[in-house]
Design a protein around this ligand. Structure first.
Ligand code: CA
Length: 361
């Protein structure tokens, strides 16, 4: 055997070793096998930032993989109902979805910490926890019980406190207020004496108009303008203490994910991280424009919750979250890690962002 044949033989042997180490991956690369995935979302068709972001993500995955992985996106209701995303991906009837983890609180209590909790971390803090703390590892652990692989994929930024038809000057003003407020925020409001009403998005406007409810929270100026709330409520309160940085999720069926070659997995990770950054930037940019529009209209008052109201809501939130953390061992573990991370980060944020914002703004 001459030197050339030896080299050739060595190369083939090397390739065989590589193939056996990574299993089917390299053979899939070699064969150029194509994967076609379907994605379901929790958002209405063409819904700005959220649905449009999910569609941009799918397009990016196609570009990054040279068409070897294509994702067909279905808005909420097109293939499964908006709140059917978790089950559809978990069961494997579709390969992936875009939604928010706190929608699944009824199936998985610990999921709530991966979206947002009242007085929790903002978007930057959540990303710090996911990427360089234990956040994503814990999320993967929690979701592995449902055959799901999660990735952070967008953030709303700090939301608004909500629309009211009565002023909130003290905690007593929450007594009897009928407010549409889902999630942990709703539990806190109930502790404050409010009457929590659960309504689907499409029924909020008329309920507010007819006085069926006195108040509602939604997201921020950009989306709230589209809902028309400024026509039927007088006061727009801030800040959104109940959702200080809601993370959106990209979830994959574990079996479908594990079947991909490693370069396609990397492409999905890259596209999800890109979506995570871009969606927050789009929210911030569009909310700033929306705020300017609302101010110009001069029709509503934009008010800050008084300090003592915020302090009391913070106390009630801490109680509520401590109770939720006791529901099961995984929730307890996630909460303990979240709180320890937040505590340490807060010390830094106090002398970085917070100190600077006082003079930048
Ligand atoms: Ca909200």
């Amino acid at each position: 055997m001459n030197r050339r044949d030896l080299l050739k033989k060595g190369a083939v042997a090397g390739a065989a070793v590589a193939a056996s180490v990574v299993g089917t991956s390299s053979s899939a690369v070699a064969s150029g096998k194509k994967y076609r995935w379907r994605m379901v979302t929790a958002w209405p068709p063409a819904f700005p930032i959220l649905q449009t972001g999910a569609e941009r993500f799918a397009k990016r995955v196609g570009e990054l993989t040279g068409g070897r992985l294509t994702i067909q996106v279905y808005a909420g209701g097109e293939l499964v109902p908006p709140l059917g995303v978790f089950d559809a991906v978990s069961s494997g009837s579709v390969q992936c979805g875009h939604s928010a983890a706190y929608y699944w609180a009824g199936k998985c209590n610990a999921a709530q910490w991966f979206t947002s909790i009242p007085f929790g971390m903002d978007a930057q803090g959540m990303n710090d926890w996911f990427y360089f703390g234990n956040g994503l590892k814990l999320w993967e652990e929690v979701y592995s019980n449902f055959n799901l692989v999660p990735r952070p994929a967008g953030n709303t930024g700090v939301q608004m406190g909500g629309w009211f038809n009565k002023k909130i000057n003290s905690m007593a003003d929450f007594k009897g207020v009928k407010m549409r407020m889902p999630g942990i925020g709703g539990k806190v409001l109930a502790k404050a004496g409010g009457a929590v009403v659960l309504l689907p998005g499409g029924e909020i406007y008329t309920s507010l108009e007819r006085g069926v409810i006195d108040a509602t929270e939604w997201v921020g100026p950009c989306h709230d303008i589209r809902m028309g709330f400024y026509k039927v409520a007088k006061y727009y309160y801030y800040p959104g203490w109940h959702e200080p940085g809601s993370t959106l999720e990209f979830i994959m069926n574990k079996k479908a994910y594990d079947a991909l070659p490693s370069d396609l997995k990397a492409a999905l990770d890259t596209a999800a991280a890109e979506l995570n950054v871009q969606m927050l930037s789009e929210f911030e940019t569009e909310n700033a424009k929306g705020l300017a529009e609302l101010r110009k209209s001069g029709k509503i008052e934009i008010l800050r919750f008084p300090d003592d109201v915020m302090e009391n809501l913070k106390k009630l939130s801490a109680e509520t979250i401590a109770e939720l953390a006791e529901k099961d061992p995984l929730s307890k573990k996630v909460n303990a890690d979240f709180m320890a991370f937040k505590k340490q980060l807060s010390e830094w944020n106090r002398i970085s962002e917070k100190a600077y914002y006082d003079f930048m703004l």
